[in-house]
Design a protein around this ligand. Structure first.
Ligand code: FES
Length: 174
């Protein structure tokens, strides 16, 4: 998949939002804004390239490694290009007991990609992740702002078809 061209500059609107968030924290604690700033960057660029993470480090007056370690720890951040639709399948205990592995294999076979990969058309990325807090509805996956629960192969077929037609359907209100 072709990487989206990245620049290291935030727009004035993004910088104003970063400034607003930094001011929510005591002076000298601007690192506390990091999670929010990473979300702003990822929403704008689609993923977090090293130059963007270095830029964020400069903005927050912290070391680049402090940004890398957060961006690579949380599965909600992407440090490689991803598709328009990210299928994040929970693989933790309760979901594993209820068949998460079978769901992951089913999606891999259906889309012709492995965990962590993106389809050639740039639409779908499959990512197995840790608990998403919906253990009572296992097995489940998150796609954008939506949760899909008690997954079956039929449900996976339907949601992939829906997202293929409308990749933005993974956002509330769509
Ligand atoms: S174990 Fe899957 S949501 Fe918690």
């Amino acid at each position: 998949m072709e990487a989206v061209k990245q620049t290291t500059e935030f727009t004035p609107e993004m910088l104003a939002e970063v400034d607003r968030i930094i001011k929510l924290f005591p002076e000298g604690k601007q690192k506390s804004a990091l999670l929010r700033v990473l979300h702003i960057a990822q929403a704008h660029y689609g993923w977090l390239d090293v130059p963007v993470m270095d830029y964020i480090a400069r903005l927050l007056h912290i070391q680049p490694i402090e940004v890398y370690e957060v961006a690579t720890f949380y599965s909600m951040y992407d440090t490689v290009p991803v598709g328009k639709v990210k299928l994040e399948v929970c693989r933790t205990g309760p979901c594993a007991i209820e068949g998460a592995e079978k769901i992951i294999s089913y999606i891999e076979n259906k889309l012709g990609i492995k965990d962590g990969e993106t389809t050639a058309d740039g639409i779908f990325t499959l990512k197995s992740v840790e608990c998403l807090g919906a253990c009572g509805y296992a097995p489940m996956l998150q796609c954008g702002e939506k949760y899909h629960e008690h997954l079956t192969e039929e449900k996976v077929d339907a949601l992939i078809e829906a997202y293929r037609k409308n990749p933005k359907a993974n956002y509330m209100g769509m």
